[in-house]
Ligand binder design. Structure first.
Ligand code: NAP
Length: 438
């Protein structure tokens, strides 16, 4: 029997678990997860109004219910179980622990009240126990820093009409707070030009089609077609983005007001966040004069009066004690996924926080082939005990892992308490989840 431990039950963890469990029938896969609930970023990162994307969990449910797969929730690797213990009891270890930590802007004022990273902010509206009680300051004027799809997610969730969010699985606390916030202006701020934005056209068009918004875009700032420095593989998306930005109607068509103004500001690196109190009140933007990279000039400073700043500028992974980690790139130290013999990384903790959910499937397919080839070269395979030894350690340490059947209990409770057409109302504390199981 080959004992396999996978750390993290988000898309990468579920894909690699499925592939290894299928291709290695003489194996047992234990899928470890820090929370009592599975699915990582699909549950707590993907925007709540993107239920079509969240539907991938149906496929992942089938993986978790496979005979040779065991969901082991509520266990923190590095705290409850050490890396050394995993290596002692498993033949193969795969880190699929994602990239949960917000990158920092590294500018003065970042620690003021009212400044949030997109990770903590989206975990808040997604009802993730780590940030469910964030209670962010949401002011009339909001700055969203970054030109990627996460910035668009935040913008959409903050500006979408309440009736539409009522069908999503946004946390009720977040929905109430956002819809009572009287948001007037949202500034979406890129440090480079419109052609360099990482938006994908579908996500950009979705925002631009919201009838309750008035857009402010300086089209003289936006090229008609992709400039020369745009790489071949991005030409199509860039051309489409530019077309969308040029063609966007600037007036909202909402019948009864409730209109929010969306301001796209390109080539505007943020230099400072300031305040008269402990709460953010202003930001200052400089000008980027370069065509492709960054060459900031402090002439033409643009001060903006905002009471909330959300930086959506990417993520880094969380290190695990004694697992080689590259602090510069914020991912595990690896060579083609291999951390050390028998230990691998996959997904965002391997390649950085980029790519959509299916990119992780591609990553997992390659890795599953590499693992199988490495196993064929490891003969004889040493005897290891896998979960039977681990469960002894759990008993000794009074750790109560959450099983797949336990997750079904939590899942049902969330579905049962949903109202207003929501698919679920998430339980937002670990203790309430565990109480359901007693
Ligand atoms: P991203 O696509 O890498 O975008 C990050 C943005 O932050 C870039 O515009 C970047 O600008 C900017 N940035 C970085 N450092 C900055 C700084 N110090 N100051 C100002 N701006 C800064 O990352 P993401 O939006 O977090 O998304 C992560 C991945 O998830 C992406 O692959 C995305 O497509 C995917 N995703 C997909 C969906 C969807 O399909 N619906 C939804 C959400 C996320 P530069 O280009 O200048 O570095």
């Amino acid at each position: 029997m080959i004992h396999i431990a996978i750390i993290g039950s988000g898309p990468s963890g579920c894909y690699i678990a499925d592939m290894l469990a299928k291709k290695l029938p003489d194996s047992h896969v234990d899928l470890f997860e820090r929370l009592p609930t599975p699915f990582g970023l699909v549950r707590a990162g993907v925007a709540p109004d993107h239920q079509h994307t969240k539907n991938i969990t149906r496929q992942f449910e089938r993986t978790l219910s496979r005979e040779n797969v065991r969901f082991v929730g509520n266990v923190h690797i590095g705290t409850d179980l050490s890396y050394a213990e995993l290596k002692e009891h498993y033949h193969i270890i795969v880190f699929a622990s994602g990239a949960p930590i917000d990158r920092k802007l590294g500018i003065p004022g970042e620690s003021l009240d009212g400044v949030y990273g997109s990770g903590e902010f989206s975990r808040w509206y997604n009802g993730h126990p780590d940030n469910a009680d964030l209670n962010p300051l949401i002011s009339e004027n909001i700055a969203v820093i970054g030109n990627g799809n996460v910035a668009l997610d935040i913008l959409r969730v903050l500006s979408k009409e309440k009736e539409l969010l009522l069908k999503s699985d946004i946390s009720q606390t977040a929905l109430d707070k956002i819809s009572n916030a009287n948001i007037k202006n949202i500034y979406i701020i890129g440090r480079r030009g419109a052609a360099d934005a990482n938006f994908t056209p579908m996500e950009l068009q979705e925002v631009m089609s919201q009838p309750n918004l008035t857009f402010h875009i300086d089209t003289s700032d936006i090229p008609e077609s992709p400039p020369e420095h745009i790489p071949e593989e991005r030409l199509r998306n860039t051309a489409k983005n530019l077309e969308i930005l040029h063609n966007t109607k600037t007036q909202a068509s909402a019948p009864n007001g409730g209109i929010i103004h969306i301001h796209f500001l390109f080539n505007r690196p943020i230099s400072t966040i300031t305040s008269d109190t402990s709460r953010v009140s202003n930001i200052e933007l400089t000008v980027n004069n370069a065509t492709s990279s960054l060459a900031t000039s402090s002439k033409n400073l643009l001060p903006l009066n905002v009471g909330t700043v959300i930086s959506a500028i990417g993520y880094v992974s969380a290190p695990v004690p004694n697992v080689p980690f590259n602090n510069n790139s914020g991912i595990f130290e690896h060579h083609n996924s291999l951390i050390e013999p028998g230990v691998y990384a996959v997904g965002w903790c391997k390649r950085g926080a980029n790519g959509v959910i299916p990119s992780n499937r591609v990553d997992a397919t390659t890795l599953s082939k590499d693992i199988i080839a490495d196993l064929e070269n490891t003969v004889p395979l040493p005897h290891k005990e896998g979960f039977s030894c681990i469960s002894t350690l759990f008993n000794e340490r009074n750790i109560k892992p959450v099983s797949y059947n336990d997750w079904q209990v939590i899942n049902k409770a969330e579905i049962d308490r949903a109202t207003t057409g929501k698919p679920r109302e998430k339980i937002t504390t670990v203790s309430k989840m565990l109480n359901l199981l007693n």
